[in-house]
Design a protein around this ligand. Structure first.
Ligand code: FAD
Length: 487
């Protein structure tokens, strides 16, 4: 019988659960990727992720062809509404079953539900597989049988359960003979054919595809032992930069977790901390799956803790102006502004800075965290609904296992602590290069003489602060007081 492998966020031909199951259980398997109009049409016409996906598909197509008998296989690539295109394609190819890896984001669940219904009306089946995480949905529960809402016990139970079985790669190659010849002319459409323009992706150190992911991982493996010490300093090449590869599945979470786990077991402290971050990823994925109210039907946030619905965020023209300044990196706080500049220029933002700018938005500007969530969703290369939502709810204190609301990051202290020499700041705000010491982290505190010597005129070369942190802090404590339970 015939199967159809539907690639989505798993753009690799190795260690892929759905692909393996399809090849193992069907006599011949066709492979398809759909540039889904429902996702692409609303996007701005330049998007690094569309370019990253396109490049990764060129590689995937070539790899599938090379694996297939006589090199006749390859990827069918469509640019349509996936919800209708997949059932139509399955019918055209006479595929009794469609194989895909599960995606627990609400819009994806709705789409998959629609596809499953259309297929079954036609006597066909959609099979879903766990692939994007090590443990999903209700695989790890507390002793009371409930989903975890606190990370530390979750991590403990993750580490207790994980073993070679869960981290083992699916040997796709074993059954590659079932890859069917491509039934129609193929080829990956160009960006222009998809209606998109090119971005600066090729200038970033972010090679696409499995080969790109492996290159980044090899570079990181040489630094992994120092991850625990280096990861908090945005000027340092500390983290792996693999988020986007995990998001689009060009690398498998199992191969990365297996590598981290093996080193952690040998006592490598850097690997152990890095593995923890991969576990945070699983943690937030299960939060999204088990507490679907953290996102609405379209995928935008809802407070994990309902008492946070009572908070009155700033609104109106002044709030809009504050938000605009945050988006454009014009807050007058150099670390915040440099972080936003990094996001706009590269689509990446260092984890420490994500925490700083998210806290600044909700606790210094008093703006609804969902505004920031959406902005990140549009700009982050590694945008992942579950992790982004979890990160924003952590910073705004509305989430499970979040920062308590009265813990408010001081953006200047964060700057002094994590970018002490201002090396990161100056990468994005070179106009501040003449400022020394604390003044670089808080230019409005500099003496007029020093500002003049540095050639910095506040309000012209660099903005004055749009809020004063101490005043904002008091307003935030008052604003958040409504979340306290009535006595
Ligand atoms: P590394 O430090 O090398 O970590 C390796 C991998 O572990 C990451 O690629 C990621 O998959 C996972 N990871 C690391 N930290 C976390 C975390 N706190 N929560 C969940 N997974 C984690 N991560 C995303 O992948 N997508 C997002 O959209 C996203 N939005 C965020 C928004 C906010 C406000 C905050 C505070 C954090 C967010 N994170 C997000 C988590 C984290 O900042 C990024 O995963 C990390 O910075 C990506 O860089 P890296 O690949 O070099 O990470």
């Amino acid at each position: 019988d015939t199967g159809l492998m539907w690639f989505r966020r798993d753009l690799r031909a190795h260690d892929n659960a759905a692909l393996y199951q399809a090849l193992k259980s069907c006599r011949q398997v066709h492979c398809v990727f759909v540039f889904d109009r429902a996702i692409l049409d609303p996007l701005p016409r330049r998007d690094r992720r569309v370019e990253f996906i396109r490049e990764s598909l060129v590689e995937l197509d070539a790899t599938l062809r090379a694996l297939s008998p006589q090199g006749q296989g390859g990827l069918i690539v469509l640019h349509e509404d996936a919800a209708t295109a997949i059932p139509a394609l399955a019918a055209r190819l006479g595929a009794q079953a469609v194989f895909a890896n599960r995606d627990d984001e609400k819009p994806a669940l709705a789409r998959d539900g629609e596809v499953a219904r259309a297929l079954s009306a036609d006597g066909r089946t959609l099979h879903g597989f766990k692939d994007h995480v090590v443990f999903e949905r209700d695989e790890l529960l507390t002793q009371g049988g409930k989903p975890y809402t606190v990370f530390t016990p979750y991590k403990k139970s993750w580490l207790a359960k994980v073993d070679a079985f869960y981290l083992r790669a699916y040997p796709v190659e074993t059954y590659a003979a079932a890859l069917a010849p491509r039934p129609m002319p193929g080829g990956v459409p160009s960006l222009a054919e998809l209606g998109f323009g090119t971005t600066n992706l090729s200038q970033l150190e972010l090679p696409a595809g499995t080969a790109g992911g492996r290159k980044l991982f090899a570079d990181f493996e040489a630094r992994m032992a120092r991850y625990d010490e280096a990861r908090d300093f945005p000027a340092v090449r500390g983290p792996s930069y693999l988020g986007v590869h995990l998001r689009f599945g060009t690398l498998s979470i199992r191969e990365l977790a297996a590598a981290g786990h093996a080193r952690a077991q040998r006592g490598d402290a850097g690997a152990s901390t890095w593995l923890s971050e991969l576990i945070w990823r699983d943690f937030y994925m299960q939060v999204l799956a088990n507490f679907p109210h953290v996102a609405d039907e379209t995928g935008w946030g809802g407070n994990f803790r309902p008492e946070y619905d009572r908070i009155a965020w700033e609104q109106g023209p002044q709030a809009d102006a504050l938000f605009q300044a945050w988006c454009e990196g014009r807050t007058g706080y150099p670390l915040v502004d440099a972080a936003m500049a990094q996001l706009l220029a590269t689509g990446y933002m260092h984890n420490r800075l994500r925490m700083v700018v998210a806290s600044f938005l909700s606790k210094d500007l008093g703006l609804d965290w969902r505004l920031g969530e959406r902005f990140f969703a549009l700009h982050l290369n590694d945008y992942e609904l579950a992790s982004n939502n979890g990160g924003w709810q952590w910073a705004s204190s509305s989430g499970c296992d979040a920062q308590p609301y009265f813990r408010i990051f001081n953006p200047v202290s964060q700057s002094l602590k994590f970018d002490p020499e201002g090396r990161f700041i100056l990468r994005y705000l070179p106009q501040l290069a003449g400022l020394k010491g604390d003044a670089l982290h808080a230019p409005w505190t500099a003496r007029p003489l020093d500002l003049a010597a540095a050639g910095v005129e506040l309000g012209k070369d660099y903005p004055r602060p749009i809020v004063m942190h101490d005043e904002a802090r008091d307003r935030t404590l008052a604003r958040y007081a409504v979340v306290k339970k009535p006595a």
